[in-house]
Ligand binder design. Structure first.
Ligand SMILES: [Zn+2]
Length: 910
């Protein structure tokens, strides 16, 4: 899956993280339709073919009750589903080929929120009618019968029904309104991690792979899509048709998909033998071309990189108006948020286009990493997600090298550093007993830290060796499952190096080190210690033994001393290197690919700042990022950070300035009203010269990065710096847009809107609201929605808050609230709204987005009385959240860090 990062979704210093899908209140017992019980008789290729006997199933610990017994396993499902678009119920029928390894008089599989009407099992002509026992806590159904199934094969037959829910998980409905104001529905699925069991009874564990043959009964004029190609349509009469799909490869249940609705598909674009289509609601075909291009690029890139053919037989990319995550890698039928797929390159910023290419590449990488080779159990989720993220970066970098994707990944890595420097962090991989434990894994530690650690390993081994290890791994486990140790084995075979021993520190313990470099006239000394933002553990709400930050790491380090290059593994003992010349420049973490921070003594650090232009982009970025982290954790005073800003004033890397402007934003938020002017002055001193150089208008031949830099600088000057000229210029551009005289450059439009809103009135609000309601692209809808969260007038803030309970889609509401929580004026108002409407918000928003919504709480630091902290902690003690308890603890620890920083800042800033 891809996590969600709406532009400007939060002003916290990090990109928001994600957690997964919501468990829904049981729907069993709701009024039922007549069940569709016709016996399954497939005119096409759904004859039962057993998987080859070599398909093995690993023995697992089933003693916890959270794992299904392994005596009976599925080999093939034939499933027919019929959603009803009047009642929003669905009926289903399935035949499951099972293999019996030990004789048994019962079958246990997963099901929840389903009513099972009938079940029987047939072995060699003997039929057993089943008693049906549902266990809602374990989300299981036990089918027991008189007599015994003997080792061999049998066919299980089940009829069932359920409801199309509004929770954006399982089999759910998504709604849209066409241009004539008519409402339409799409019935669609989102199964990862464990929600396939909400749509059909199944063996819902990732290593229980099987072939799927799916049939969908749909209204005659609707489009039906599933994982495999459509192989035939039968008219059922009464305005319905049956669409049959070919058999899939053996795959995990969480990758099954069906999407049915009044949808439109692009003509197929052939990439080799694979047809690629973009599917969306009607009237959006002009937004398909860029996605097609990005998908074709990714498919070709990965086929070549892995040297393994694409495992599906067609590839559909489908935009769903209501979608809780960013995208989902269902084999051959990838689902997306509209904004991450449908895009008009002429009306989008380069960041928006980059994000679309990222997400498309990420999902297509999963077709190999995740779909072809799958983790054995949810503890290995990081293997899927970290790799898809790593591969996404490789592919996007190849798609458009000018985006400097590995440098902008510095910002995402910063988000992982931000969470992983908390005592409430966790290791990348940890034991998962209940499947719901895995729900906390969809976060920056799995995605961004995971990908950073892989990048560190790739750079350490060299790209060719790394690639050959990965290909070896995929080939050894194709159509099957694997775990982390299998990856190390493959990489060890390819590299002849002790990978497992090095990687264990990074994957199985939380946190990361800060490497300290000090010098005298003749040598430098390098040592490590664990990094943390907060030295006072009580402020993190935990005691010392509970801190999840590790103690020591095998650090793959490369250091340049003058012209000498040194590469070694740094362990617990400090390492000393000779200094040829006492004035030599010393850079640790060359290239900037290591997942650790570096601090230098005053002498070395001064030398680096004086020679800043000699560093590589990522080295520059890391130096700033590491210094800001030390500032936030009170290891150095804020003056050091201001010195850095002064030293880098000629730099043009947009990532560097995005980091600096986020830091300035936090400093501004933390400063009391009388200190704000001092912050504004520092902001303007550094940024005005850059804007003077860049101007408001893009030059025709300029590098793409400069457009991003311009946007960052405009927003900071207009909001933190309150610079009158910048505000006036933004208003002027906005007035021209209002009078339809000219459009604002897509690259700066979000920044201009943020500045206008922060200084705006009711008329500006009304215009932005109207644009949000009538957008020309999904990106435009997002931009105007987020601009609505930047107004400072209390009545306007209240209007937006009210919209989160109704008008704003539940997939976006949590981000709107997170953004409002981070505003100086809107923060406390929003906190009050949140506590007053807690139950309604929890009911309305998907579970996985609640931690994202609460991430904004960390920014509630501008309350001058300090009275809020106690109230916030008390509130969450009595209001637990359904999933993402760990994320909430992390948010509260960040809050404590920001408050501690604020206290120090107010004492020191002049
Ligand atoms: Zn993913």
């Amino acid at each position: 899956m891809s996590t969600i990062a709406l532009p400007n979704a939060t002003t916290s210093i990090e990109r928001p993280s994600s957690t997964p899908i919501r468990a829904h209140p049981a729907l069993a017992g709701m009024a039922a339709d007549p069940v569709h019980k016709k016996i399954f008789c497939n005119p096409h290729n759904h004859s039962f073919q057993f998987l080859s006997e070599s398909a093995t199933v690993t023995s697992v610990d089933t003693s916890t009750n959270f794992r299904l017994p392994r005596n009976i396993v599925p080999t093939k499902y034939a499933i027919r589903i019929r959603p009803d678009f009047e009642t929003f119920r669905f009926t289903g029928y399935e035949l499951v080929n099972i293999r019996i390894d030990e004789s048994s008089s019962s079958i246990v599989l997963n099901a929840t929120e389903l009513e099972i009407d009938f079940a029987k099992v047939d072995q060699e002509g003997t039929t057993h009618d089943c008693r049906i026992e549902l266990d809602s806590e374990l989300e299981r159904v036990t089918l027991s019968f008189e007599g015994t199934l003997e080792p061999g094969h049998a066919v299980l037959e089940i009829t069932f029904q359920g409801s199309l829910n509004d929770q954006l998980s399982g089999f759910y409905r998504s709604k849209f309104t066409d241009e004539n104001g008519n409402t339409h529905y799409i019935a669609t699925t989102q199964f990862e991690a464990t929600d396939a069991r909400k749509a059909f009874p199944c063996f819902d564990e990732p290593d229980l792979k099987a072939v799927f043959a799916i049939e969908l009964d749909t209204p005659s004029d609707y489009l039906a899509v599933s994982n495999a190609p459509d192989i035939g349509t039968t008219d059922l009469g009464g305005g319905y048709k049956r669409v049959a799909f070919a058999d899939t490869i053996p795959m995990s249940t969480y990758l099954v998909a069906f999407v049915i609705g009044p949808l439109e598909a692009s003509p197929p674009h052939m990439s080799g033998d694979t047809p690629i289509r973009i599917i969306s609601k009607p009237g959006q075909s002009h937004l398909h071309q860029f996605a097609l291009k990005a998908a074709a690029h990714a498919l070709e890139f990965f086929t070549d990189w892995f040297s393994i053919p694409y495992p599906g037989s067609k590839l559909d990319l489908i935009a769903i108006p209501d979608f809780a995550f960013g995208a989902m890698e269902n084999l051959g039928a990838v689902t997306f948020r509209e904004t991450l797929l449908l895009v008009d390159p002429e009306r989008s910023s380069s960041s928006e286009l980059e994000r679309v290419v990222d997400v498309i590449s990420h999902e297509i990488a999963h077709m190999w990493f995740g779909d072809l080779v799958t983790m054995k159990w949810w503890n290995g989720l990081w293997l899927n997600e970290a790799f898809a993220t790593f591969m996404e970066l490789l592919a996007t970098d190849h798609f458009n090298p000018e985006w400097n994707r590995w440098v902008s990944f510095g910002l995402s890595k910063g988000a992982a550093f931000g969470t992983d420097g908390l005592h409430n962090t966790r290791p990348i991989e940890f034991t998962v007993v209940k499947p719901s434990d895995a729900e906390g894994m969809f976060d920056v530690l799995t995605y961004e830290k995971g990908a950073s650690v892989l990048r560190m390993l790739e750079r350490y081994l060299g790209p060719d060796t790394f690639r050959s290890g990965i290909t070896r791994y995929l080939n050894s486990h194709r159509f099957a499952n694997a775990e982390t140790t299998d990856l190390w084995t493959a990489l060890e075979e390819a590299s002849d190096q002790p990978i497992a021993q090095t990687m264990v520190d990074w994957v199985f313990q939380g946190g990361y080190p800060i490497v300290h470099v000090s010098s005298n006239d003749s040598e430098i000394t390098i040592s490590q210690k664990p990094f943390s933002y907060l030295s006072d553990l009580a402020r993190a709400g935990i005691n010392e033994e509970e801190s999840q930050i590790g103690t020591i790491w095998n650090v793959p380090l490369s250091v340049r001393v003058g012209t000498q290059l040194h590469k070694f593994l740094l362990g617990s003992e400090p390492i000393t290197l000779p200094l040829q010349n006492p004035h030599d420049l010393v850079i640790a973490n060359i290239g900037g690919w290591g997942f650790f921070r570096v601090s230098y003594d005053k002498e070395l650090s001064g030398r680096l700042l004086a020679n800043f232009s000699q560093l590589a982009d990522l080295e520059k970025f890391n130096l700033a990022s590491d210094l800001w982290a030390q500032t936030l954790s009170l290891m150095v005073g804020v003056d050091h950070f201001f010195e850095l800003i002064e030293a880098v004033k000629d730099e043009e890397d947009p990532n560097l300035w995005e980091l600096i402007s986020s830091a300035l934003h936090l400093i501004d938020l933390a400063a009391s009203s009388e200190k704000q002017e001092a912050v504004a002055k520092r902001c303007n001193n550094s940024l005005l010269p850059i804007l003077d150089k860049l101007g408001f208008e893009a030059r025709p031949d300029e590098q793409e990065g400069l457009a991003r830099l311009r946007a960052t600088v405009i927003e900071a000057l207009g909001t933190i710096g309150h610079d009158n000229e910048t505000i006036a210029e933004c208003k002027d551009l906005f007035v021209k847009e209002m009078s339809a005289e000219s459009d604002i450059d897509p690259n700066i439009v979000s920044a201009v809107l943020a500045v206008v809103a922060a200084n705006g009135d009711e008329a500006d609000f009304a215009f932005i609201l109207d644009k949000y309601r009538h957008p020309s692209t999904p990106q435009e809808e997002n931009r105007y929605l987020m601009a609505l969260t930047k107004f400072e007038h209390p009545e306007l803030i209240k209007k937006v808050l009210k919209m989160t309970l109704g008008e704003i889609r539940s997939q976006n509401g949590p981000f709107v609230i997170a953004s409002l929580l981070s505003g100086r004026t809107s923060g406390v108002l929003t906190w009050n709204f949140l506590t007053e409407n807690w139950d309604a918000l929890l009911e309305r928003f998907p579970d996985n987005t609640i931690p994202r919504m609460l991430s904004g709480v960390a920014a509630l630091i501008s309350d001058e009385s300090y009275s809020l902290e106690g109230k916030i902690r008390t509130f969450f003690e009595s209001h637990p959240i359904p999933t993402g308890e760990k994320s909430l603890k992390q948010t509260l620890e960040k809050y404590a860090i920001y408050l501690t920083f604020r206290k120090r800042l107010l004492e020191t800033i002049r």
